[in-house]
Design a protein around this ligand. Structure first.
Ligand SMILES: [Fe+2]
Length: 277
């Protein structure tokens, strides 16, 4: 297993790409961000030997997480222990990592397991200060319930975790909510920023435009599903009316947890839960 890393610098802030390769192919890439002595996210367990010396070199004193998923939290307990430092996250992330959770087999292959960790909660009203930066947590559910983005207002930077990823996407995990993500994207677009430090696809300019394009894609998609569902069509019928295609490999290897159909299902589930309220 070859694991490679790459270093980037933007306006004297450092960030690193941590990839996992299987059979010569890059199967998983995540970025972590080093702001003075603060680290945002901790990469996958499989990159433990790579992130540790970098965290030491940057004299990291504090960690914050965007959410609990294994490619972001895979080394939080390890780094806290080795560097004797504290880590902070959304109260729900704190609960999840305290209890611990089982990473599914595919994610274990791509990222590795997640150790239990005792984190401290931060709220939206809190500010995270370093020598040169001030970050504000912005609660942005939809990808998962415990998701924070972190906003650096003076710089016009948004650390957006997994809320962006790409302007147009073709697949959804079973736990994602499209309508909730739409609300979170609208909340973020009220902020003033140009740099979008996405954990999988950072954009160092026109970040707001990229995020706005994602919002429009979701609004258009959700609008069409809502219309068909209102006409009494089923999830399967909507999937075919929208000429969507499944990636059978993804569907099989994730036991149906990561599929194109999940995008339609997500909107239908959101509409049903809105109706039952
Ligand atoms: Fe995630």
């Amino acid at each position: 297993m070859a694991i490679r890393k790459f270093k980037f610098e933007f306006d004297s802030m450092h960030y690193y790409r941590f990839s996992v390769y299987r059979l010569g192919s890059n199967v998983q890439t995540v970025y972590t961000f080093f702001l003075d002595d603060l680290l945002i996210d901790t990469a996958q367990f499989h990159n433990r030997e790579n992130i540790y010396p970098i965290a030491k070199e940057h004299q990291i004193q504090k960690i914050i997480l965007t959410h609990h998923h294994e490619d972001h939290s895979g080394n939080v307990a390890f780094l806290m222990k080795k560097l004797k430092i504290k880590a902070y996250a959304h109260p729900e992330t704190v609960k999840i990592l305290k209890k611990g959770y089982k990473v599914n087999n595919l994610s274990k292959l791509l990222s590795g397991p997640v150790d239990k960790a005792i984190l401290l909660p931060i709220l939206e009203t809190d500010k995270i200060e370093t020598k040169n930066y001030t970050l504000q947590p912005i609660y942005t559910p939809g990808h998962c319930d415990d998701h924070y983005c972190y906003y650096e207002a003076n710089k016009g930077w948004l650390f957006s975790g997994d809320l962006f990823v790409a302007e147009r996407i073709k697949y959804f995990s079973y736990f994602e909510s499209m309508l909730t993500q739409i609300e979170s994207l609208k909340k973020l677009l009220k902020l003033d920023f140009d740099v979008l430090f996405c954990s999988h696809n950072p954009k160092t300019k026109n970040g707001k435009e990229h995020l706005s394009n994602k919002l429009h894609f979701f609004e258009d998609f959700a609008g069409k599903v809502t219309q068909y569902y209102g006409q009494g069509k089923s999830v399967k019928e909507i999937f075919s009316l929208m000429r969507m295609k499944e990636n059978v490999y993804y569907k099989v290897i994730t036991s149906g947890e990561f599929t194109a159909e999940n995008m339609v299902k997500s909107v239908v589930n959101d509409l049903n839960s809105q109706q039952s309220k």
